[in-house]
Design a protein around this ligand. Sequence first.
Ligand code: GLC
Ligand code: CA
Length: 573
Amino acid sequence: MRLETLATLLSVCSLAACGTTPKEEDPDWWKHATFYQIYPRSFQDSTNDGIGDLQGIIDKIDLFPDAGVDAVWLSPIFDSPQVDQGYDISNYTDIDSDYGTIEDLQKLVEEANARGVKVILDFVPNHTSDKHQWFIDSVNGVEEYRDYYIWANAKTGDDGERLPPNNWISMFKNSAWTWNEERQQYYLHQFASAQPDLNYRNPKVVEAMKDVLRFWLDRGIDGFRIDAVPYLFEDPDLQDEPLSNSTGYNSTDYEYLDHIYTKDLYDTFDMIYQWRQVVDDYTKENGGSTRVLMTEAYTDADKIMLYYGTADGSRLGAHFTFNFNLITDININSTAEDIASSINKWLDGIPEIYTSNWVLGNHDNHRVATRLGPGNIDGLNMVKALLPGVAVTYNGEEIGQEDGEVSYEEGQDPSARDPAIFDQVSRDFERTPYQWDESVNAGFNTGAKPWLPVSEKYLETNLQDEKESNGSSHYKVYQALAKIRSDPILVSGDVEVKAVDEYTLLVKRSNEEASLVVVFNVGDAEVTVDVSADVAEDNSVKIASVDSSREAGSVVDPASLKLDAHEALVIAS
Ligand code: GLC
Ligand code: CA
């Protein structure tokens, strides 16, 4: 253990008098936590080679307690040829040299834990890299690995030509099958051809992947974000999928088909329930706090709930499945009613036994400040912080970072390697380096060309300015929100979400004693609203958006509340 860490622990212990028995952790710690997604490649480059790394995260570790987050989730840092930026893994139990070593990760866990912050890793179970030894052995017909992947014979076309086994299409466009010369068969890949799908109907694969979870649990990891879960299982008979009849797509587009044989199959839910068992058993056997599973599934509401578990709770899956509704339902033209109904749809749909969660962005979607307008960032962060359950932040949201500017030539995303679709589908824009300060490359490193360009906006938007500004800043608003999240009203109070006029959204949390209300004008024009039904005369502004004329402590007239364009307030009464 490093000396500083020991010192921190000792000082914590002397305060809390923990010396003898360690303080029992709250098993529900995650239910009202803020999870912060770090995209390691773009976070902090300590070696100045253009790629962010684990030491970089350690160097910036104080950001997490300072911002008030409870846990960080790291996008994949494992051995990878980086075809899909680490979502193509060639060894699940080692760290890619781009990012550092296992020792670096252990140091990161130690430093984070010493500051009360937990570390979650990305688990990518659907596919490996085509450079994984399992795949190489499978290609070569090594008995143990022969059926680790989904292999199928070619079909023969009318003119004797070789055709894929069926019509399935990859998420990244074109056939989901790639011919392999050595094995003289096709293999399935629901994503890039360099990401062959594992065969979950093979019990050896199931066991090997459970071992991956245990490997990282043994190294002090507090949970996993599970990647792309809907695609784990496919129809064993490889039946053709029917056409979706969605307009505007051609036969090479994923949307062209209705994915009844490749997405959300029953066995997939069961696999998540088995993984839950693995982490719960681990906690039972080893003690410590609850290890958390969060699943990524862009799918229908009923399926999202099934990834949580069965409605009666007899089988549990993920602790939470990301709620992407505020990404998929809302755009820059949305009214307050659109936003309220998106939120209420979620709240009405979730069984009482499960915990809600709120996501505004991630490495696969345009940044929220760009999608919904930079002026709305504080209001959106307020809404996210006040809604019940888990809040998820994508790195940069706390400072209102917008998408970067990336040309086709600079782009890296394998799903967009075609100039005709680049602007529309590339995920490079939301992956540009974190904006730390005004120095070279926004403080991402000390001058080497970053793997994606730094956004030109870094002089206007960066952490250091926002921390040091005399006035308000997005970061200060974010910090203030983190502080009030432990208020009992927000932990367990009632929730009500509604539009009070076309562009004014109201989120109310209350218990018998008091209430906290967000009033948020998402629109471009000043409004005057009557919120006297929800805000008392005797009130006090707790937090105001950066351009607001109000300050903490000021009192508003609830019967005639004037809000500037994009102004948002958290009001206590
Ligand atoms: C998930 C990841 C995405 C990746 C895909 C394939 O959707 O978030 O970045 O491309 O899975 O692994
Ligand atoms: Ca699969």
